[in-house]
Structure formats: structure tokens, C-alpha cells
Design a protein around this ligand. Sequence first.
Ligand code: UDP
Ligand code: MG
Length: 310
Amino acid sequence: MQNKAPFISIVAPCYNEAGVIDVFLQEMFDVLKRLGRDFEIVFINDGSRDKTLDVLIEKAKVHDEIRVLNLARNFGKEAALTAGIDYAQGEVVVPIDVDLQDPPELILDFVREYEAGYDVVVGKREDRTTDTAAKRLSAEFFYKMHNKISDIQIPQNVGDYRLMSRRVVEAMKQLPETQRFMKGIFAWLGFKTAVVTYKREERVAGESSFNGWKLWNFALDGITSFSTAPLRVWLYVGSVLSLIAFVYGSWIILKTLIFGADSPGYASIITIVLFLGGIQLMGIGILGEYIGRIYLESKRRPIYIVEREY
Ligand code: UDP
Ligand code: MG
């Protein structure tokens, strides 16, 4: 353990990354040596089921600059990142994935921009050819939709890889929500921001833990965390449908008065009933999404639990 706060803290969440840590550290030490400033590397073991923790503890024994936080179970990447950022002591903090998809050399550019007076420096992925087409398309759709319906604009192709000054980190700690959608939180904070572009690499080893269903839920978290548009839209959907129903009803009454009652009409009735039933269920489902989150938030549980620090 160091006593004095270092210049830079690298924060790396790890979930089943035993095979990657060695390469990651090699590259990271290399870059940090070139940077030539005091540093610490905070690893968060997010309840890995492989040898990640053992590997990390070994590394912490050899290198004073390495700190390892072991979470009590898998809390998810957002929580793990929050833990690391809370524990980081550096004047600037850089969260990074250990899979080396985000090139560590970029940190040199980040620091240069920081010294030029920026509080936040984000890494923007120039192209995402290393992600699958499905992931790229769904990501693009998500950002477009999110930014349309939310007051907070999340920049496209910007991940968690970034540099934050101490001011930004302290501001972030004031956000009390337990449901943490980091991309939204970062965007909400603002501050003077510089952008550095890079090419996203293939994972060096292991596999991505974000796929299909998990990504969909991640997107739902994003939208419900920073927008209430899905709740409000029902006022308008309801109004338009009522208006249509009113016009149609008036027409039927008029028709009955003029031409007399006519019994056929089953088709139109059943269509309308089913359609409205569907719309109502959708509306209720969306209410449910928000109420579920209010419920989770209202328990005021901590975001993560640290088993111990090594
Ligand atoms: N991660 C984590 N907890 C989880 C899932 C992932 O700490 O529950 C970490 C993982 O070890 C990696 C980073 O988050 O350092 C990004 O994960 P991954 O590479 O699987 O995501 P992708 O790059 O595909 O978005
Ligand atoms: Mg990855």
C-alpha cells in the first residue's frame, strides 16, 4: 500500500479474466512507465468463478501499486466500476476493461488532454468492426432512440474508457442511485470534455459477458434511468385513441339513427377490443418497468459489498 495519493488510478473490473490479467498488466506497466508518474492499479474482482482472484492476489504481492478489491459476489460491471472509482485515490481516474479491447497507450493521450485543461477525456471508438453486426446495429438503434427521448445525450461509440479528474469523481460520488447506468451517469455529469478516437480491438482472450438478453436489459436500464418519455407517451397514445373512438362512435350512432340498427359488426368490435387490450397491457408493462426500479431504488441498498481488500 502506498501512503501518498498517486497521480493516476487505473480501475479495472474483472469477471472471469484469469487468462487476461498477465497480458493486461504487461501492457499497462509499459504504458505507465512511459507516462512516468505515480500510479495505482485498482482491480475489482466481481465474483469471478475462475482463478481471477488468486491471480490478482499474487500480482498485488509482487507490485505495491496494485490494489485488489474483492466483491462479495458478482454485482455486475456497473457496480464493480463504481466500487473501483470509489476506492481510487488518484488525482485522475481511468476505468478500463482488462480484456485489452481498449488500448492502454491511449492513456498517454488522455493525460495530455487533461493537462491541457480538460476534466473528462473520453475514448471514442472509430469503428466497431470487432463487434458483431447485431451488436453494432442494436447499439446504434439504442443510442438514436435514447437520445431522442432523453434529456441527457449519450455520445455514440463512447464507452466507459475515459479519464476523469478528481472533481468529476467527487461529483459522481454524489449520485446516490443504486441502479447504475454508467454511460448515462457520465453523460449527466457534464464537465469540459475532450475526445480521443481509437480503434477497438478484439478481446485478447476469454469471452464477452454481454450478449443478447443481457444487452437488452442493459438498454432498458439505460432508458428508464434517464428518461420518463415511455411513461408520458401513454397520455398521447390514449388521447389519440380516445379521439378516434369518439369519432367512430359518433358515426355509428348517427348511422343507427338514420338507417336503423344493423347487427353485423362483430369484426370491428373484436378488433377494437383486442387492440385496446394490447395497448393497455403495454402501458402497464412500462409502468411495471419503472415501478420495479422505484422498488429497487427505495430499498437503499448499497451498490456493492466489498468482501475484503488485498
Ligand atoms: N465485467 C465485470 N462484471 C460482470 C461482467 C463484466 O466486472 O458481471 C468486466 C469484465 O471483466 C471486463 C469488462 O467488465 O473487464 C467488460 O466486459 P466484457 O468484455 O465482457 O464486455 P464487452 O467488452 O463485450 O462489452
Ligand atoms: Mg470486452
